[in-house]
Design a protein around this ligand. Structure first.
Ligand SMILES: Nc1ncnc2c1ncn2[C@@H]1O[C@H](COP(=O)(O)OP(=O)(O)OP(=O)(O)O)[C@@H](O)[C@H]1O
Ligand SMILES: [Mg+2]
Length: 256
């Protein structure tokens, strides 16, 4: 289903344990996102990226403001919004195959197990066909991360929330997986919102890049990436986007 996701004046504060302080994880976020967009979310550690995904997933409620999908307020998790968590949680007692087939990404909402053909396809996408009968503890960290990714991709949610989905992968596997995710996104045309610490990955994959700032967490800049897919990481326009975003993150090269 085509969706419009809106955040109107959204902020989120957390009470700190053992002090009377309050952490403002996000302040005054106003955004509109549509099906068919691929949003990359970048920003330094602690600027509120995971908090934003959790709000959209409906796992936490905003302190102020409203989040809506097609005009309906988000009140809790829903299978139309799937999330892959930063600390991915595979079921240790299920094999790779069964983790992908049966695990639902959202709390409390059971859904039909995926078909055998879909699971086979996902195993191929993540390159773990020969590990289908292994348990998570028998896999490397990067392999476990790919299983968690497959699990969130297979349910084809209208809104797919990915929190650093490729962070544990070596750079070659990572680049392959970037292409695989893009292929699936092009097929399904859903709204994908992906957190990444890798600026090149953000530009390579995103139709838009949201740049966040900490203290308090907020969206500081939005950059439309006007490049055809598949993108060339060495093109002058790509390099220019990289320079621009690194500047916004205060990592630009200082010229005296
Ligand atoms: N459940 C919580 N209780 C209290 N504080 C929280 C909670 N969740 C997040 N925070 C605080 O909110 C701020 C933003 O956290 P968040 O996890 O959204 O950051 P992030 O941008 O995802 O960082 P990272 O890149 O390290 O994953 C941090 O200061 C964090 O301490
Ligand atoms: Mg995070």
């Amino acid at each position: 289903m085509a969706v419009v996701l809106k955040l109107d004046g959204v902020s989120k504060s957390f009470a700190r344990v053992e002090t009377t302080d309050i952490t403002t994880a996000l302040t005054d976020v106003n955004l509109e996102m549509h099906s068919g967009e691929f949003i990359s979310l970048v920003g330094t550690s602690g600027c509120g990226k995971s908090t934003m995904l959790r709000l959209i997933a409906g796992l936490i409620m905003p302190t102020t403001g409203r989040l809506t999908v097609n005009g309906e307020e988000i009140h809790g998790p829903d299978t139309s919004r799937g999330m892959m968590f930063q600390q991915h949680t595979l079921f240790p007692w299920l094999t790779v195959e069964r983790n992908i087939a049966f695990a639902d990404t959202m709390r409390g909402k059971a859904r039909e197990p995926a078909s055998r053909a879909e699971v086979d396809r996902m195993l191929k996408v993540i390159g773990l066909e020969s590990f289908r009968n292994d348990y998570p503890a028998q896999l490397s960290g990067g392999m476990q991360q790919r299983v968690a990714l497959a699990r969130s991709l297979i349910s084809k949610p209208d809104i797919l929330l990915l929190d650093e989905p490729l962070g544990a992968l070596d750079s070659f596997t990572r680049m392959n997986m970037q292409d695989e995710i893009l292929n699936l996104w092009k097929e399904n045309r859903q709204l994908v919102i992906m957190v990444t610490h890798d600026v090149d990955e953000a530009i390579y994959m995103g139709t838009r890049v949201f740049v966040m700032e900490p203290h308090p967490g907020r969206i500081n800049n939005i950059i439309d990436i006007d490049l055809e897919y598949p993108r060339n990481r060495a093109s002058s326009k790509f390099v220019e986007y990289r320079r621009q975003i690194l500047d916004m993150l205060h990592f630009g090269q200082k010229v005296d």
